[in-house]
Design a protein around this ligand. Structure first.
Ligand SMILES: *Cc1c(COP(=O)(O)O)cnc(C)c1O
Length: 431
């Protein structure tokens, strides 16, 4: 029987199998047909501690019976207050930087980034009403970035086949080159030039330390620190998109910490509820909040969605924050990262693999194959190959990456690396 479901990022014309998952526990998905899969990519980068974590599941169940949903314009509830306080406490901070003291909730990474952009433009617009500089609207972005799939976030992301149909709707941005090894200064010089233009940009937005969908491209912390310094020098708002990198993926709670930077605006989503239920937040400094605070209703922040700060989602996030505060999550990540480093180092001896890279619990390696683009037949062939071996893996073109839940056991990691080596034997060009 054919299904009416239209799946995301799925070419239904290829008739690839669509496994049906019945339940999940830890790092394992149990299929309706009785099989199991190891979730090597945290169900698209969201699950952090493991699927169906008992503390988070219990918090959701309890909240569902107490207060399920509430209009958030002009009303509040304890789970949202608790999460906001927790986020402010845990957010990157430095003595010489204004704190990320205000929290705006939304429901996905894309909306958290949209909110960040709207805050940045709102800041300059409202300041202009107070006799400040003329409003600014230009956004500067990093090459190969991904910030979501809504119209606004597509506009600030890498352009390509995946957004060609909507190109006419996407606004212009300034793009600076990715700080590839040996080319870091080209990137920083371009950012400096973009910030020094006669009509300066409103903001620069960046994925800190790792560009995810762009191919798990890693760049050093000192470059991120320099980017922040350039923006500060030119009074350009510095926005970090921690949607993927947040919640421990890079080995610290937030990637920004490794560079010692505190942005003006920070977007978080994915792992904020441990990956159990959708929620997102955009954090901002007092200056950005104050630019919208007034007795004039025309200056309020015009953004909302029906489920803003949904109490059930906030209860899940509060449980996640408690896990971070009470358990040695970073210790678990460090152990996983050690195992991953050993596996990647062995795999890099394999002639079919190149460019192993890792930051915390994110590991990636490139498979040398003849046709390696995003639309090549390699990616679906690899997906099917791993599926047969009980692994949920979804390579980006010829880049195979791991981003498992932190509860992944050493034996499960070994199984993954055995399959990766087999994939190298089967698909790689080794000369
Ligand atoms: C996934 C992702 C987003 C979009 O998040 P959604 O919840 O899928 O809308 C934005 N930015 C980055 C860096 C991401 O990895």
């Amino acid at each position: 029987m054919t299904s009416p479901v239209w799946h995301p990022f799925t070419q239904h014309g290829l008739n690839e199998p669509i496994p049906r998952v019945a339940r999940a526990e830890g790092a394992v998905l149990h299929l309706a047909d009785g099989g199991t899969l190891i979730d090597c990519i945290s169900s698209w980068w969201v699950t952090t501690h493991g699927h169906c974590h008992p503390r988070i599941a219990a918090a959701i169940a309890q909240q569902a019976g107490r207060l399920d949903q509430l209009i958030f314009a002009g009303y509040t509830h304890e789970p949202a207050e608790a999460v906001a306080r927790g986020l402010v406490d845990l957010a990157p901070a430095a003595p010489d930087r204004p704190p990320l003291a205000h929290v705006f909730f939304s429901d996905s990474g894309s909306t958290a980034v949209e909110v960040a952009l709207k805050m940045a433009l709102g800041y300059w617009y409202n300041r202009s009403l107070d006799g400040g500089p003329p409003p600014r609207s230009r956004i500067v972005v990093l090459e190969h970035s991904y910030h979501g799939d809504t119209i606004g976030t597509m506009a600030i992301g890498e352009r390509g086949v995946y957004n060609a149909a909507w190109q006419p709707l996407l606004f212009d941005v300034g793009t600076i080159p990715f700080p590839a090894q040996g080319r870091e200064h080209d990137c920083l010089t371009a950012l400096e030039a973009a910030c020094a233009m006669r009509e300066p940009p409103a903001a620069f937005i960046v994925e800190p330390l790792v560009l995810g969908a762009g191919g798990m491209l890693i760049y050093p912390a000192w470059v991120l620190r320099e980017m922040a310094a350039i923006c500060a020098r030119h009074d350009v708002l510095f926005i970090v998109d921690e949607v993927m990198t947040g919640w421990g993926r890079t080995g610290t709670l937030f990637a920004c910490e490794q560079a010692g930077v505190v942005p003006d605006i920070m977007a978080v989503a994915k792992g904020i509820t441990g990956g159990a239920i959708p929620l997102a937040a955009t954090l901002a400094t007092p200056a950005i909040f104050e630019a919208h605070r007034s007795t004039d209703r025309a200056r309020l922040f015009y953004h909302s969605s029906s489920y803003t700060a949904n109490p059930i989602a906030c209860a899940a996030a509060a449980a996640n924050l408690a896990i971070w505060q009470e358990e040695d999550v970073l210790g678990r990540i460090a152990a996983l990262a050690d195992g991953m480093a050993r596996g990647l180092s062995q795999l890099s001896d394999h002639k079919a693999f190149a460019n192993p890279r890792q930051l915390g619990a994110i590991g990636a390696i490139d498979l040398s194959a003849s046709d390696a683009g995003y639309l090549s037949d390699l990616a679906p062939a690899l997906r099917a190959f791993f599926l047969e071996r009980g692994l949920l893996l979804r390579p980006l073109g010829n880049t195979i990456y791991l981003m498992p839940p932190y509860c992944l056991a050493p034996g499960q990691l070994d199984r993954i690396f055995v399959a990766l080596a087999e994939a190298g034997d089967r698909f790689g060009i080794s000369d």
